[in-house]
Design a protein around this ligand. Sequence first.
Ligand SMILES: Nc1ncnc2c1ncn2[C@@H]1O[C@H](COP(=O)(O)OP(=O)(O)OP(=O)(O)O)[C@@H](O)[C@H]1O
Length: 288
Amino acid sequence: MAKSAVTIKDLHYKYPNTTSEALSDISLTIKEQEFVAIVGQTGSGKSTLVSLIDGLIKPEKGDLNVAGLKINATTKAEDLSKVHHRVGFVFQFPEQQLFAETVEEDIAFGPRNLGWTAGQIKKSVDDALKMVGLPVALKTHSPFALSGGQMRRVAIAGVLAMKPQILILDEPTAGLDTQATNELLKLIKQLNNKATTVIMVTHQMEQVARYADHVIAMSEGKVIADTTPRHLFSDSQQLAKLSLTLPISVDIAQFLRKHDAKLENTEPLTLDSLADEIVKAMRSKENE
Ligand SMILES: Nc1ncnc2c1ncn2[C@@H]1O[C@H](COP(=O)(O)OP(=O)(O)OP(=O)(O)O)[C@@H](O)[C@H]1O
């Protein structure tokens, strides 16, 4: 059985100088190599949850185990930073944090802070560029002379260069056009296939349906659903409660079923699988 990458038990978190808890009574498990989507309306607690997993903040009550390291209310700052080194966090619009004169310098910033040797740093920069599908020759370029999609890849390469076991991405495709969005998601999936646990915060249900194998839905600081995308998208009442939309393929399938189309009962998570189901239904009708 796959090992746990993240285990959270009875976790509560309140921001300083606030009266109500931003997260209450959270318990969940994320397995190694899973692709997890965290969804929920604005203010539901998604960013707070991933900040706890990244060791940026510590809980008021409860326990986390992240990549083999324990975190609770008494964890010291130096131990939190160890967690931070095993988890890569790609913030929203990460390209806004690019700062160096060259792509190489930007990506090398994290490994240099970790005290790696010059040889290790060079290799980690080259490896990270390859991982994000950018030519190594781009190293000498200014990051600010690149396209928006390329800048985002450089920023992600800066996180990957530190070889995180767990990669957290907060709305990674926000502001990108359709092509750059699709390319970036494919890349994240490739990293996931090569053993990185991926935790992605997203408002895009199409992305959840297509890429995630585990979805955690949050509302008002609590986990309301902890399940597979197919199961979540089969439960219209739950979705309405969470004010989440259906992926278009599931929406069309439900519409067709209401109009007596003989589609299978499992929800098609992509347009390709919906098309397959429609073809199957048409063929069986022809054979009747
Ligand atoms: N620095 C902070 N200080 C005080 N309260 C905060 C702080 N950051 C978030 N909160 C509160 O904590 C709750 C959860 O916020 P959080 O940012 O985790 O939600 P979210 O689901 O990530 O929202 P979004 O989708 O808008 O990013 C909200 O009530 C928010 O107002």
